[in-house]
Design a protein around this ligand. Structure first.
Ligand SMILES: [Zn+2]
Length: 687
């Protein structure tokens, strides 16, 4: 069979890829790779050229074949494709586990490091160092008995994490709220009400039925005028999978969380780390527990008074004491009254072609590249566009697809993913190719696609990830672009580029009414920019509560006294909570990011990367946001370097010092030096 997934010499032929190609291609490649890896592992005198380069090539081939499959599964899903995709997941996972835990390869990498290390370049040394580190973290060098225990702990952990997620899902699905009086739905949008009515009809019930999915929960606590409704939703949402609330005791995650912390601690101890947080930091930009805790405490100290002032002002605005379920609702009212900015009303000013043109111009001015559309490249849907990036010299740099619009059978959200990774190896070279995927409202017959400003920020964000992938100068796939970049630093380029979507000069360039061509009026632009720092203190304190809680439970776990989950939560709240939280709130029981997802001892990364991005952007503000020399330094020190160097060293090279939280505080209008002035009656604006 002529299988298009096995072609390695051109762009993927998306329209020729059939579901029946998937499993045979993956199986063929896996067995080929396994055979070649087996041969590499037996070499008696391993060298960078004879082991590492060939392995990099094998990774590249695997990624190249699998990337279009997982991509199509996300953007052009069908039952047949999903079946092929799912059939391959266990094969790939077994392959990756075998590779990660291969003793002979581990020995080979260590031999190369010892014998060849001094003769290798810095990038090559970093590659080896990463690989050796990852082998160790996968439990490879452990004595047999400990290794078995480590594997068991990891396996049990995977099951417990899945159980955690199941409980949250079941608890979420089990609850709904019947409404018999339309008055109770006042404030909610028509779409939601219509959905609720249809759901009731489907169940042969009168009135309306609201479910507890996230969009509904968010809509209710922000928009519902009925306090009773807001409270009911808040209680149901924050007690999911716990011993409290409407389904208390069923699907309770309390014991599961305890077991998860226990296994993580055990796994970390087996590898000789004092605790799980320290283990997690082994691959991060932050190096020590204290560094992270100091960072979080510093932000908390800086943002507390701003948050308190914001909350006092909100209570003054509401004219009464506010409960946790009132905050979102009154914040929304206050924001509307103060800024008169509606995302929907901004749409006509942000037609996609205009925004794209402006975005490309930003990248072109900063990094001296040219971005041009190329017709005729094979795509998976007629709406998809293809662009090429060339250097000032005319030399090709890379290319990317833009799949901008929402449509059925496409996963929601927005993301950047690697289609082809950059490589320059003895066996051949490849230029990077990226997928940029968004879910914007499609164009109409008579009008282009019109974006909200939130959409614009999303586009800039994903394009920032894209530049990280595309402008890399690293030759080895495992550390090129976004690969091998520390988890807490990987959002730096994306959040950095977001700043341009808020800059007056750029707003002027990317806005243009789709009928009149007029740029966004100056007063509207100012009000839009002002929304960026609205309730920044409160938002910051809330994120810090999550981050401190996550980091402390993973640092302080001790087998003899267990996880102390609620105790630590209370201590963290005493330190950082500004909005009063009811005693029965059990948010940890549904905190999937840290108990089921990849953010364990890593929730701080959100703020960490935000600080890096704000501080990096501040360097541009100091010398002009389009300053060429600054941009070149950013490119040379950070953007082009992928995972080929320590993230902190890279930042210091660019900024001339360590990251400083002040840039982020300033960006959000939170001044650290002087506490916010505030009118005694609470009615005035914070200074
Ligand atoms: Zn991102």
């Amino acid at each position: 069979m002529d299988n298009p997934l096995l072609a390695q010499d051109s762009l993927p032929q998306f329209m020729q890829i059939r579901p029946e190609h998937v499993e045979p291609a993956v199986r063929e490649l896996l067995s080929e790779n396994r055979a070649r890896i087996g041969a590499l592992a037996t070499l008696t005198a391993p060298t960078f050229a004879t082991v590492v380069e060939p392995l990099e090539e094998l990774h590249h081939r695997m990624a190249r074949t699998w990337s279009p499959v997982s991509h199509l599964n996300a953007v052009l899903n069908s039952e047949a494709l999903r079946a092929g995709y799912n059939a391959c997941l266990p094969l790939l996972s077994a392959y990756q586990t075998d590779l990660a835990q291969s003793e002979p390869l581990y020995r080979a990498y260590r031999t190369i490091a010892e014998q060849e290390g001094a003769a290798l370049g810095a990038v090559q040394r970093q590659l080896i160092e990463h690989a050796v580190r990852d082998f160790r973290l996968a439990g490879v060098g452990l004595p047999r008995e400990r290794k078995e225990r480590f594997k068991t702990a990891m396996l049990e952990l995977a099951q417990l994490q899945a159980k955690f997620e199941e409980n949250v899902l079941d608890a979420t699905n089990a609850w709904s709220w019947p409404v018999h009086d339309l008055h109770e739905l006042r404030g909610l949008n028509e779409m939601l009400i219509e959905q609720a009515r249809r759901r009731a009809a489907e169940q042969q019930a009168d009135g309306w039925i609201l479910r507890l999915d996230q969009p509904t929960y968010v809509a209710v606590v922000t928009d519902a005028e009925s306090e009773r409704l807001r409270r009911a939703f808040y209680e149901a949402w924050t007690t999911r999978a716990s011993d409290r609330g409407p389904s208390s005791g069923r699907w309770d995650n309390t014991a599961v969380m305890e077991e998860i912390l226990k296994r993580r601690h055990e796994a970390a101890r087996l590898l000789d780390f004092p605790n799980y947080a320290q283990y997690a930091l082994a691959t991060r930009m932050a190096h020590s527990v204290d560094e992270v805790l100091d960072f979080l405490h510093e932000l908390a100290a800086a943002a507390r008074s701003a948050a308190q002032a914001e909350f006092a002002e909100l209570e003054a605005f509401a004219g009464r004491e506010l409960a946790a379920w009132d905050v979102g609702y009154y914040a929304e009212r206050l924001q509307r009254e103060r800024f008169h900015v509606s995302q929907e009303e901004l749409r006509p000013y942000f037609p996609l072609p205009r925004v794209l043109g402006g975005l490309f111009e930003v990248a072109e001015r900063l990094f001296r590249v040219r971005i041009r559309e190329r017709a005729g490249a094979p795509v998976w849907h007629p709406d998809v566009r293809f662009f090429e990036i060339t250097a000032a010299s005319g030399e090709p740099v890379g290319s990317f697809y833009l799949d901008a619009y929402a449509r059925p059978n496409k996963r929601s959200g927005a993301w950047m993913d690697e289609c082809i990774g950059r490589k320059r190896l003895a066996v051949g070279a490849a230029l990077p190719v990226a997928y940029l995927v968004c879910n914007f409202l499609p164009p109409g017959e008579e009008r282009p696609a019109l974006l909200t400003h939130d959409d614009v920020v999303t586009l800039f964000h994903e394009f920032g990830h894209g530049l990280h992938h595309l402008l890399t100068s690293v030759d080895y796939p495992s550390i090129a672009g976004i690969n091998g970049v520390a988890w807490d630093a990987v959002e730096l380029p994306s959040q950095f580029l977001e700043n341009y979507a808020w800059h007056p000069q750029v707003l002027q360039r990317i806005s243009g009414h789709f009928e009149s061509g007029a740029a966004l009026p100056a007063d509207q632009q100012q009000r839009l920019i002002a929304t960026r720092s609205f309730h920044a203190g409160l938002a910051m304190m809330r994120q810090l509560e999550f981050a401190l809680f996550d980091f402390r439970i993973h640092t302080e776990y001790a087998p003899e006294r267990g996880g102390r989950i609620l105790e630590i939560l209370r201590e963290v709240r005493d330190e950082v909570a500004v909005v009063p939280v009811p005693e029965w709130n059990r948010f940890p029981n549904s905190f999937g990011h840290i108990f089921a997802g990849g953010y364990a001892a890593g929730y701080y990364s959100y703020k960490w990367a935000e600080v890096l991005a704000a501080d990096a952007f501040a360097a541009f503000e100091e010398s002009g946001v389009f300053d060429r020399a600054t941009a070149q330094r950013f490119l040379d020190a950070i953007l082009s370097r992928g995972g080929s160097r320590d993230a902190l060293e890279a930042f210091i090279e660019f900024r001339g010092r360590r990251p400083d939280v002040r840039a982020l505080l300033k960006q959000h209008g939170i001044e650290r030096t002087a506490p916010k002035q505030y009118d005694a009656d609470g009615a005035g604006e914070p200074a």
